[in-house]
Design a binder for this molecule. Sequence first.
Ligand SMILES: *Cc1c(COP(=O)(O)O)cnc(C)c1O
Length: 357
Amino acid sequence: MINVTKTYFPPLEEYVKQLERIWRNEWLTNRGELAIELEGKLKDFLGVQNVLLMNNGTIPMQIALKVLGEGGEIITTPFSYVATTSAIVWENCKPVFVDIHPEYFTIDERKIEAAITERTTCILATHVFGNPCAVEEIELIARKYGLKVIYDAAHAFGVNYKGKSLFSYGDVSTCSFHATKLFHTGEGGAVFCNDHKLNHQLFYSHNFGHNGPTAFHGLGINGKISELQAAMGLSVLPHIDEIMKNRRNCVEYYNRHINFSICDKIKIREGSSWNYSYYPVLFSSEATLIKIIEKMNDNGINPRRYFYPSLNNLNYVNSLKMPVSEDISSRILCLPLSHDLDYKDLQKVVKVINSHE
Ligand SMILES: *Cc1c(COP(=O)(O)O)cnc(C)c1O
């Protein structure tokens, strides 16, 4: 089976070496040596001011919404993974959807202002498939109305925009290090925040609010990463260049060989270095998409409908129609993309698409 993605497994002996450190330390969690070392290495690799590792990519969004959302209305995108919306609802805030840009698939910044009310507290937008949102325009709008900006940057590992890490835009960015992501710790994630005071608040919030063993800064939850997860991260990170290079080769193969009169590809925003995290293609209709998926499945290929459905149609939200997002959701498909696809696999995928008439 050729799957939409494949988890990168580092050489086992490298993981065992990290585990041996844990056994020597007899220390499994609560910000051990490995977690702190991984934070330092990620800081250098990404070129960001602060990294705080957490146990997945959803909890940092919830913590940021708890701290900044104040139970208000959160302007958000309908075209993302379900966690972006569920985190808002889980934190007793109200998602207010704004439709997406038809070419970039990120929140349409031209439509944000019309959705702002007195109850709006934050904008939570996703850098979809590693494609940056219109971060400058969004910052201007946020400043004008006194809103906070949180980016679901789960797909944005390694992406730079205008010369700096995409994680350094907005008040808070969150990333996922789930096993299916470009860089992973099995389960895991991180939060990025440049403001010292806010970063401190996010920090104590992810550790029950602790201020030492017997005192508390405030409310908190458990968002801590374990040493076992950090060990995986420390074993994967040295291979990240090779992972990206292999993925870039796949992307270049698709770019060269797919017949783009049958489908369109994503438009990456000018000024950004992309990370080859996903390869979405957009067909002319849902009927074509379904036909192609069937043919792929017959050939042992397992693509995924990212993102479907459009999140404004979840049964626990109330929303206006989001015509662009609903339309794109119904026609978009992520093709197999990983460090471990060979030319035969890629050829097979391309052949199914190009033979469609
Ligand atoms: C993977 C993903 C998440 C959730 O991350 P977890 O680590 O699985 O909690 C959130 N948002 C987007 C866009 C994602 O792709």
